[in-house]
Design a protein around this ligand. Sequence first.
Ligand SMILES: [Zn+2]
Ligand SMILES: [Zn+2]
Length: 376
Amino acid sequence: MAAPYSWNPGIEGVTSPWAIPVPLLPDEIISSWLVRAALTQGCDPLVLTGEVWPKWRIWAQDADRFFVDERLKSLCTVSGIPMEEFRAATLYPIASRIFGSNPPEKASWPWILTLGARNIKRHGGMQYCSSCLTEDAKPYYRRQWRFAWHTGCEKHGVSLLDRCHACGAPIEPHRLLAEDQNIAVCATCKSDLRNASSHTCPADALAFQGMVDHVVLHGQGSFQGQNIDVSEWFVLVNFFESLIRRANRSRAETMNDFLHRLGLQLPDGLPVLSGAGVDMLRTNERQKLLGMVYPLVVADKEQFEIALKESGITLQTFCSKGETLPKPLLEITSTLPDKPRVHIRKAARKLVGPRPRQEVMRMMARLQRKLEMAQR
Ligand SMILES: [Zn+2]
Ligand SMILES: [Zn+2]
């Protein structure tokens, strides 16, 4: 019987010029397959990719994003795996659905975790479930572990991990060496990641994850009883995500009241990295943030309308300057009090006052990311 999968089935029984053929496993992401292929043949991942692509340093970028047929062809020749199987194991098909068209080659892809690659070192970007890795006959990394909306393992009910439990390093299997033999080993300290323990994943975060999976897999989202296309649905989710972060910063009374009426209570110090997109946040930060977005997306129309009306929230508090109201919210917000803010000249603050807290936090976060990278 074929192994269960959520995103792509993988391919077994391949014939390849290699001494030991390496099948693509169910839901396996292409970078995981590349590393396993190298370790199975007894060589370093960097050596194998150097052989396949002598003039291309695949690990200096996001190896799961490449989609150039010419490059995939070299891989098909040595592995015996058809091109469409490899293509399905990259992040490209999912990113295209979210983006609504071809995603850009260089810029970051929305809702795909950023690796923050510098040479062959990473800042983050890969998650894992130690129980899944333990149960695998041959451990491997899943494609869904790179999705920003994935923060838990549905099968085991636990939070995904995004660092080595022993040394705190990001997950960088491409830096493993032939003698490590096993992809479930930390490339930095060589601890076995299958020994990591994890907490139960919060229910709202898991519910959000299931909802997004459904939207992406079925090619259609819904909001307040209306069907909307995937990219438009993501625009709406982005807006709610930004609204929660804004509410957390400003703690405006009417906004708090609106959220409260939908059953949401902002936790103290929502630990969300200031100034960073959701694709750059750590798993525990996304869990808190996306768990708060979930009730906004699933609230029914009447409940949403009453919360808007009774909180007394203005259009300007609901949608800040510089943001665009997503189409599905236009009608429901059309009766909100429209009171443009009076702009106070800020010139004097620039010269004398301290920098705003948010700005300092943003600078601090940027510095921390740089320091973390420099120390590794
Ligand atoms: Zn699991
Ligand atoms: Zn480690």
